[in-house]
Design a protein around this ligand. Structure first.
Ligand SMILES: *[C@@H]1O[C@H](CO)[C@@H](O)[C@H](O)[C@H]1NC(C)=O
Length: 290
């Protein structure tokens, strides 16, 4: 074993390209001494010229080293490519996850609805955005809007050009008009007093008012139930939209202005099947979210 190691060592040293000279004994670089009877510690030994062997070894070692380096390089490259692939995949995944989280966040931002007739969202599944006054056209209007607004109780005025003086639309507060008796002075009755409203933010993505129901369909959550209201059906009265007033209504003010008015709504059956809706049924409604 010692011989072979020696040979290898010499091979590596001579691979540096030292010229081969004729030489004798232990002074000679290309000659190695080999003990012949090693175990006996005898002095008998042979000097072998290994210069030829060295060049063969040189070539062999170069080839092996090249092979080893090549294999190791391939392995390293493979590792690096794997790592880059892993990193890029991780980056893409985290990018996709971030975008997905943003989308999911946005999709859970919810929706809003107006709770007509109440000034809070208490008892609903939603949180208050703002409260205000139910507003719309006066009951005999022949213009202006037909939809109802929840006019904020916390207004901010914008700048308006001085020459805007021509023929405005008009917005009025809306009063309950349900019994036909002036109850504006009655402490425990909403009638002839003004209608508040609240804008509520749902946890669900969408909201829906269903006329003619007091509960929601499967997989929808109830926000509030109530009764359908609109302007009255009478000659000379303004046309408005139908909205759902809370079943447990509140009021503000105690003066009977008779500006805009909301009335309960009845079904006229016929086109609407009388088997489903008896004539003059006062319509219920429910606001649902999902
Ligand atoms: C891969 O990502 C790790 C951790 O962020 C980093 O240390 C390494 O340098 C990256 N490798 C490459 C090849 O970009």
């Amino acid at each position: 074993m010692i011989y072979i190691l020696n040979l290898l060592l010499w091979g590596i040293i001579s691979a540096k390209g030292a010229p081969v000279h004729d030489c004798i004994g232990e002074q000679c670089r290309n000659i190695i001494s080999v003990p012949l009877i090693d175990e006996m510690k005898a002095t008998l030994k042979a000097d072998l010229d290994v210069s030829k062997l060295n060049s063969v070894l040189h070539k062999y070692i170069l080839e092996e080293v090249t092979k080893a380096v090549k294999v190791s390089f391939d392995v390293q490259m493979e590792k690096a490519v794997d790592e880059i692939h892993g990193n890029v995949t991780k980056l893409m995944q985290s990018d996709i996850k971030t975008k997905f989280d943003i989308l999911q966040d946005e999709s859970f931002k919810g929706n809003t609805f107006v709770r007509w007739g109440r000034q809070s969202c208490d008892g609903t599944l939603s949180s208050l955005v703002y409260k205000g006054y139910m507003a719309g056209p006066t009951h005999k209007a022949q213009g202006s809007g037909s939809n109802y607004l929840c006019l904020t109780s916390n207004p901010q005025a914008g700048d308006v050009p001085a020459d805007w003086v021509y023929s405005p639309g008009l917005l009025y507060g809306i009063g309950w008009e349900l019994t036909g008796t002036d109850r504006s002075k009655s402490l425990d009755h909403i009638d002839d007093k003004d209608v508040p409203c609240a804008v509520c933010l749902t946890k669900g993505k969408t909201t829906l008012m269903i006329p003619g129901r007091t509960s929601c369909y499967a997989e929808w959550a109830k926000e509030y139930t109530g009764f359908l209201v609109s302007s009255r059906n009478e000659k000379g009265f303004v046309t408005t939209e139908y909205v759902c007033a809370d079943e447990d209504p509140e009021f503000y003010g105690s003066q009977n202005y008779n500006h805009g008015l909301i009335h309960f709504v009845e079904v006229k059956c016929g086109s609407i099947p009388c088997s489903k809706y008896e004539d003059k049924t006062k319509l219920s409604c429910v606001v649902c979210s999902k």
